[in-house]
Design a binder for this molecule. Structure first.
Ligand SMILES: Cc1ncc(C[n+]2csc(CCOP(=O)(O)OP(=O)(O)O)c2C)c(N)n1
Length: 543
């Protein structure tokens, strides 16, 4: 068999459903071999779009999303999405073609050392140096990408090797099993929690990756301990749960941060430091931290742990709960009440442009609880993370480690491929939208119905917010947008312009029911950003 054919068989062996990418000259053989495979190739319009699709596929399924590009510029275009997946711990395998090994040692057309380029943004990056190592390289890339902490891996495939003959073969897929938590650590954690006066849980995306949300719910309910979640762990505990305190991650004081201020023991479960720096929720560095995760704690002077329980998160939570004396009161309940009051405040507001809080209110009203939002990066992300209620995990996807703009549109396409039965909404700023809006063509071509909701302020809203906070004036953040309705129509999508606040909910309902690719241009009133800063700055903790 040709090496390219064996390579594709190895991908089939990993149960790859989709490869997102752009064909090139140096992967002609792989592209041809894919024609005889049941793997579906999703041709994108930019390699960055392909990498973000693989990223979101990985987040939603727990299996590696796969993206493919040619050498040189194709591979450099993958970088942002691959780095995003790696830092946010989404399993991804990125593949790039390469020049033949007979011209890689010298200056040569489009040749870059891709393995070295991808090394800092992956868990494993390797070159196929001889055909008979293909089964090992493919197996290793998928195994490393999918094992906690999951992330991105990279394979470089030189074109001359792809043409060589070799014996067919692939390696058996052994699923890894997480280690059991050591009993003495479990006992230590249980003793600390039993003795605590005001414990609080900080749940991170590791709980979702370990599919341990039910166990977290039982843990919090049985022990009567309130739960704050990071942005990327939205829905890890249903928002209606009486123990839920909402999302923690704003870089300023918030209701939930009062909970950390009052806590004496902070139980971090599946928490990745990259999302929310510990000095922001633990500035005093004097609380007892319990670290429950699949891997050992990162070293950080604000994250010095009292007990680390490393092993299967589900088992750790179950075993600790069994040995812990439940708490009685829930001192932090007023924090939840204050947040809910704020969420409800502007539900009926009809001023125009639409306030962020009202956009979120109408979006939550229009979407079913299992539907999925893919959030882009900007001021809208801060509002969504803080105020969009989630009852289920993986229903609001947020890039918050690498925090890259441009994920929402391609991410929504991947989400719809994974969950064709659910409505998928890309919530994006106007700047982030324009970074990957070319993928609208991909959505139309694939007949993948997604709704794109643009928060239009003709500016880099988040940066304006930060500039105004810090210097009281703005620097180079304004731009002009195209006519988004005409832009949508030029692709064959349905375009809506919200011209009054009363129109927003009917427009959202219409778009969600339409089963078409829809783009909604919604003017947003970002004067609310500074009002929020002021309000939180003056906030007196309700507990
Ligand atoms: C790829 C990338 N470039 C730049 C940034 C820095 N950045 C973060 S938010 C932001 C502005 C986003 O503007 P927009 O998409 O319009 O959203 P808004 O803040 O207005 O809601 C910028 C430039 C980033 N996170 N990612």
């Amino acid at each position: 068999m040709k090496a390219s054919e064996v390579f594709v068989k190895c991908l089939e062996n990993e149960e790859v459903e989709y490869i997102f990418g752009i064909p090139g000259e140096e992967n002609l053989d792989v592209m041809d071999a894919l024609l005889d495979s049941n793997i579906r190739f999703i041709t994108t319009r930019h390699e960055q779009g392909a990498a973000f699709m693989a990223d979101v596929y990985g987040r939603l399924t727990g299996r590696a999303g796969v993206c493919l590009a040619t050498l040189g510029p194709g591979a450099t275009n993958l970088v942002t999405g691959v780095a995003d997946a790696n830092m946010d711990h989404a399993p991804v395998v990125a593949i790039a073609g390469q020049a033949g090994t007979n011209r890689m040692h010298k200056e040569s057309h489009q040749v870059l050392d891709l393995v070295n380029m991808f090394k800092p943004i992956t868990k494993y990056a390797s070159r196929i140096l001889t055909p008979n190592i293909i089964p090992e390289i493919v197996r290793k890339a998928f195994k490393v990408a999918q094992t906690e902490k999951s992330g991105a891996c990279f394979i470089e495939f030189p074109e001359n090797l792809a043409k060589m003959d070799m014996a067919p073969g692939h390696l058996h897929v052994n699923h890894t099993h997480p280690p059991e938590p050591p009993i003495d650590r479990v006992e230590c954690a249980a003793a600390l929690i039993s003795e605590a006066r005001n414990p609080i849980i900080l749940a991170g995306n590791g709980v979702i990756r370990s599919r341990a949300w039910k166990h977290l719910d039982d843990f919090a309910s049985t022990l009567n301990i309130p739960v704050a979640n990071t942005f990327m762990a939205k829905g890890v505990i249903p928002f209606r749960h009486p123990m839920a305190l909402g999302s923690a991650g704003l870089q300023s004081q918030d209701y939930v941060s009062c909970g950390f201020d009052r806590a004496d023991v902070i139980i971090c479960v599946g928490y990745d430091l990259v999302e929310f720096h510990p000095y922001l929720w633990h500035p005093t560095r004097d609380r007892k931290i319990i670290h429950i995760d699949m891997s050992h704690a990162e070293v950080d002077d604000a994250y010095t742990i009292a007990v680390g329980v490393v092993g299967d998160i589900k088992h750790s939570l179950m075993r600790i709960a069994k040995l812990t004396t439940p708490h009685e009161g829930h001192l932090m309940r007023p924090l939840r009440k204050a947040l809910i009051e704020e969420m409800n405040q502007l539900g009926q507001d009809n001023e125009f442009p639409v306030k962020p809080q009202k956009i979120i209110w109408d979006l939550r009203t229009a979407m079913a609880l299992e539907d999925i939002v893919i959030c882009d990066v900007g001021a809208h992300k801060m509002w969504m993370a803080r105020m969009f209620r989630c009852e289920h995990p993986n229903t609001c996807i947020i890039s918050n480690g690498f925090a890259s703009m441009g994920i929402a549109v391609p991410g929504a396409i991947a989400a719809k491929l994974v969950h064709p039965d659910r409505n998928i909404v890309a919530v994006t700023g106007d700047a982030g939208f324009m970074m990957n809006s070319q993928e609208i063509e991909t959505a139309i071509r694939l007949n993948v119905a997604i709704v794109i909701l643009i928060w239009n302020d003709s500016a880099f809203g988040l940066i304006e917010w930060k500039q105004m906070n810090e210097f009281g004036r703005k620097s180079n953040i304004d731009f002009q947008n195209p006519d988004f309705v005409k832009y949508a129509e030029s692709f064959g999508a349905k375009g809506y312009r919200v011209e009054s606040t009363e129109q927003l909910l009917p427009v959202l309902n219409d778009a969600l029911d339409s089963n078409q690719v829809c783009i909604i241009d919604c003017p947003v009133d970002y004067r609310e950003n500074l009002k929020l800063t002021e309000k939180l700055g003056e906030m007196v903790c309700p507990i």
